[in-house]
Design a protein. Structure first.
Length: 136
């Protein structure tokens, strides 16, 4: 009798844990990157004096507030590790919302090792602008 109760409790705990993990894995983690006060640097090397942007390891959606004066339209984005290894690349359409040009990007950074990277953004057909970024 005691073994049956213990087995039932273990089954309930196991099922509850599985359901919670399954539901949690389906949620998206979002982050906002605000570039409105950042210096626009052309090329693939970020300025050494800029502190890195910070995002969490499990982020799957970014809302990027582009630098002041940025226009609406198509943009390319990529996140590079050392030695020009591209961790993520994608594209999106920036829109002006409440006076801020916002670029929304879905991505998968689950394979990213925490550390320093470079976030690069460009309006389609233009030069890349680079920003140091730390994935935590």
């Amino acid at each position: 009798m005691i073994f049956a109760v213990a087995a039932s409790v273990l089954i309930v705990i196991g099922l509850t844990t599985w359901i919670m993990r399954h539901q949690h894995s389906g949620t998206q983690m979002a982050a906002v990157i605000d570039l409105r006060d950042r210096a626009v640097t052309r090329g693939t090397e970020p300025p050494p004096s800029e502190p890195p942007l910070k995002i969490a390891h499990g982020v799957s959606h970014l809302d990027i507030y582009l630098p002041l004066g940025s226009s609406e339209g198509p943009y390319d984005i990529r996140i590079e590790a050392a030695k020009s290894q591209i961790l993520h690349s994608g594209a999106g359409i920036a829109q002006i919302m409440d006076g801020v040009t916002v670029l929304r990007i879905d991505m998968n950074l689950a394979s990213a090792v925490p550390g320093l990277y470079v976030l690069e953004i460009r309006k389609a057909g233009s030069e890349w602008s680079s920003y140091p970024m730390r994935i935590q």
